[in-house]
Design a protein. Structure first.
Length: 446
């Protein structure tokens, strides 16, 4: 009977491969399924359901015999309703059951048993291509994480991270490892330099005219792995709800925090390049005689003046919350008095506007401490490119911490980012050194 079940499973995988081929073709061509494809897909679904029914029957017959030898590793358990996993915790619990030897139970489910839903959610392409160590088989490394739960984890990270969704996100397709794109190499708006060298002449200047062409550069950004690692005791695995909550809340928040931190101050080596370390950053120096760890109105005005015009309507102030007392004391001198900059007309009894120069003020942990370079920044993250590929992939191992009765889970997210600007921009008419950029920060006031 087991032979029949294995044959039926092989047939299901074959049909899965056909379904994947149709889906991939439609996704690549960015279109809906054709009438012919819809007919084929319905037929494949019916064929899979028929095969699942046969597996269910064989499984029930096998169970009815009640003659499974003690210690034999069961290969298949069929969920009668073929329901999806109810939660990420239940999914991780199923992985743990599949990886452990026969003879124990986790959350009421027998160990040493592979839930067919784990196998059915692996792509046929991956199963066919794998020939050595891989994430598809427990003995060879682990299961590929289910697509639905991958999306769930990343979505929560984006809700936790404050800066991620403000960036220009570009998904990377299958078979690609990064982004390569040409850009116009423009560092100055002076005549003869605009758009990297484009220039036009009036008719009476024709004699002095020379051929011109734009200069191009190449924007390159490779994907890098961001890794999360979790050890869970078998006692914790028994409770799928608790396990799912820990994973979803803890790791989702950490993925979001780490991405935000790299957007701000990443080194660009094996991780994202933060705008504070980018060559396109414009830094405003402190005022002559300015007291350490203070913010004065001249700092804010100069930062706004050095922000690229194209970023005015999209920019955001990113500050460390230690800067709030300084901002709330800012005033614009008028005669012998002054007008508060960050407080409403009602004064301190009212809530602050939460804006400066009409742009929102966002408090983030990743901003530098008060008085250090980067404690206040004015940025347009629409000019920051963030690339990623797929969802979170996961693997598990029972053997890493065998002696402490723990299961190891690992999550990998392929993502990277850097500013779209390679340098600051010199305006057409400006004082020497007064460059502009979508990324402006206040320098140290020590």
């Amino acid at each position: 009977m087991k032979k029949k079940i294995t044959e039926y499973q092989a047939q299901i995988r074959t049909v899965d491969a056909k379904i994947d081929e149709i889906k991939k073709k439609a996704e690549t061509e960015n279109r809906e399924y054709s009438a012919e494809e819809q007919t084929l897909l319905r037929g494949y679904i019916e064929e899979i359901n028929t095969l699942k029914g046969k597996i269910d029957l064989e499984t029930q017959l096998e169970a009815a015999k009640s003659n499974v030898p003690t210690g034999e590793r069961l290969e298949v358990v069929q969920d009668a309703a073929d329901k999806p996993f109810a939660s990420l915790g239940e999914y991780l619990q199923a992985i743990a059951c599949a990886a452990m030897p026969v003879g124990d139970r986790i959350g009421g489910k027998p160990t040493g048993v592979k839930d067919p839903r784990l196998l059915s959610r692996m792509s046929a392409e991956f199963r066919a291509a794998a020939s050595g160590m891989n994430e598809a088989v427990p003995a060879d490394g682990g299961f590929v994480v289910d697509k639905d739960y991958s999306t769930q984890l990343i979505q929560k990270a984006h809700e936790t991270g404050k800066l991620i969704n403000m960036c220009q996100k570009i998904p990377i397709g299958e078979g690609k490892n990064g982004l390569r794109a040409p850009y116009i190499k423009e560092t100055s708006r002076a005549t003869g330099s605009r758009l990297g060298g484009v220039r036009v002449y009036r008719k009476n200047e024709a004699a002095a005219g020379t051929a011109a062409r734009p200069e191009f550069g190449k924007f390159e950004l490779d994907l890098e792995d961001m890794i999360g690692l979790c050890y869970a005791t078998n006692d914790l695995i028994q409770d799928a709800t608790a396990l799912g909550a820990i994973v979803e809340q803890g790791f989702a928040q950490e993925f979001g925090f780490k991405l935000d931190d790299e957007i701000v101050r990443g080194t660009g080596v094996g991780q994202g390049l933060g705008f504070l370390n980018a060559t396109a950053l414009t830094t405003i120096t402190k005022e002559t005689g300015q007291t350490a760890d203070t913010v004065v109105i001249q700092n804010i005005n100069k930062m706004w003046a050095r922000l690229w015009n194209g970023s005015r309507g999209r920019s955001t102030w990113l500050i460390n919350q230690e800067c709030l007392p300084q901002l709330e004391q800012l005033s614009l001198p008028v005669g012998t008095g002054g007008i508060p900059v960050y407080l409403p007309p009602g004064g301190i009894s009212g809530a602050p506007y939460g804006t400066m120069k009409g742009r929102p003020v966002m408090e983030i942990e990743q901003a530098s401490a008060l008085g250090d370079a980067g404690d206040i920044s004015l940025v347009d993250l629409g000019e920051y490119v963030l690339i990623d590929k797929g969802g979170v992939q996961a693997a598990q191992s029972l053997h890493v911490l065998f002696t402490t009765n723990e299961m190891a889970f690992r999550w990998v997210y392929r993502v990277n980012g850097q500013p779209a600007w390679a340098s600051v921009l010199t305006p057409y008419k400006a004082t020497a050194g007064n460059t502009v950029s979508p990324f402006v920060t206040l320098g140290a006031r020590a």
